[in-house]
Design a protein around this ligand. Structure first.
Ligand SMILES: Cc1ncc(COP(=O)(O)O)c(C=O)c1O
Length: 388
């Protein structure tokens, strides 16, 4: 398995050894070669060595093409509307920020206010609607966009942190509604079918915060959770949150590519070197490998929940995705337990406060995680819980 790393090192050394002899200008890749980089999202997983060979052969001439291909594949994999615009950004907060910049400019343009020319001071007020448990990065983004946290109308949420459709306010004037694919704690999804069509028909811009939950779209088993989110106007996610790719794999998608480009002055082809690792992961995993990864991690999350529950611990959430919230006692004990686990090094669990309870939050997220690892992790938690 590790021979691929040796292969990568050998190729990198050969590249550096030949550096002085290379022409300074990058050779343009032939159109035929670029087709090798973009033969559609592969259906099946394939040997990563083949992807490495392609990158070594075409990576230099095709560098400005690879990121664009990855973005196109993602629109397809995540079942977003054909023609959706996409860009790479630093991370999840930046992805929400970028989408909300496009949203702000678009809802103000509809009432005759041009943000690019006039800025935001003096602009008509925008109503922002989020769920009560929206991720804090949304508030951060809205503040940076000059929209201010006091403008946010928070809709009450149910016992899993989902926005209650019946709690939505009347919509009039420029409005941005943020829904959630993957609650930070429970992993739950808002009821997009009940929320998006009717609010969008009233003129609201709908943004989906999907940092980790948007990936459900890439699995036939998990897809029903995300049904209807493709009807929104913008989506934010971060491939780093599940695919073990580096920073700079945050992704903003906007239904109208012109709105995205006008808001950011960036196009897919201008974020060229970003996306090489993500392209390589998508190409070697293929549709079936991606689905297997997401489904395996979710099955493993259910196993954590089952085993911890049968050992007498209370599971606070419905485990629909890859998150498990487990109550192990009061705040002091939970903190001690999280610290003991982090020290032992088998698990990295956070503690969280959710719906008035202090709990451990388990996020199951790794291509490398085997069922044996889950068993070892469960035993580590039970051992630490018995000792604290
Ligand atoms: C649901 C969700 N949204 C947004 C973020 C913010 O991500 P970042 O700090 O990488 O910008 C996170 C981080 O974990 C997250 O879980």
């Amino acid at each position: 398995m590790y021979s691929i790393f040796d292969d990568a090192v050998r190729r990198a050394r050969a590249y550096l050894d030949n550096l002085g002899q290379k022409p300074r200008a990058r050779p343009a890749a032939a159109a035929r070669d670029l087709r090798d980089l973009d033969d559609g999202v592969p259906a099946e997983a394939s040997d990563p060595a083949v992807t490495l060979e392609l990158l070594a052969r075409l990576g230099t001439p095709g560098v400005s093409h690879i990121g664009v291909v990855a973005l196109r594949w993602l629109v397809d994999l995540l079942e977003l509307p054909t023609g959706t615009g996409a860009v790479f950004v630093h991370g999840a907060t930046a992805a929400n920020f970028t989408a909300l910049a496009a949203a702000r400019n678009s809802v103000l343009a509809r009432v005759g206010w041009n943000v690019e020319e006039n800025g935001v001071s003096g602009a008509p007020a925008i109503t922002i609607i989020t769920g009560h448990e929206a991720h804090p990065s949304l508030t951060t983004s809205l503040r940076m966009l000059g929209l201010g946290s006091a403008r946010i109308v928070k809709v009450s949420s149910d016992d899993q942190g989902r926005m209650r459709p019946s709690g939505l306010p009347l919509i009039s004037g420029p409005t941005i509604l943020c829904v959630q694919a993957g609650n930070l704690n429970s992993g739950s999804f808002d009821d997009f079918g009940a929320i998006i069509p009717r609010t969008r028909a009233l003129g609201a811009w709908i943004h989906v915060e999907g940092t980790f939950g948007l990936w459900a779209k890439a699995s036939p088993l998990l897809r029903p959770l995300a049904r209807g989110l493709e009807q929104a106007d913008s989506w934010a996610t971060d491939a780093r949150e599940w695919l073990d790719v580096p920073y700079d794999s945050g992704l903003t998608f906007v239904r109208d590519p012109n709105t995205l480009q006008a808001a950011t002055a960036v196009t897919g082809s201008e974020s060229p070197v970003r996306g090489v690792e993500l392209w390589a992961a998508l190409r070697s995993l293929g549709r079936s490998g991606l689905a297997e990864l997401f489904e395996r991690n979710c099955r493993q999350a259910r196993r954590f929940a089952r085993d911890l529950r049968s050992a007498g611990h209370e599971i606070l959430n419905e485990v629909v995705l890859n998150r498990v919230v487990v109550a192990v006692g009061d705040a002091a004990r939970t903190r001690r337990l999280a610290a003991a686990l982090q020290k032992e090094g088998i698990d990295w669990c956070e503690y969280t406060e959710w719906r008035g309870r202090i709990a451990l939050k388990i996020t199951v997220r790794s291509w490398a995680l085997s069922d044996d690892d889950v068993e070892r992790s469960v035993q580590a938690i039970l051992r630490a819980a018995a000792a604290t």
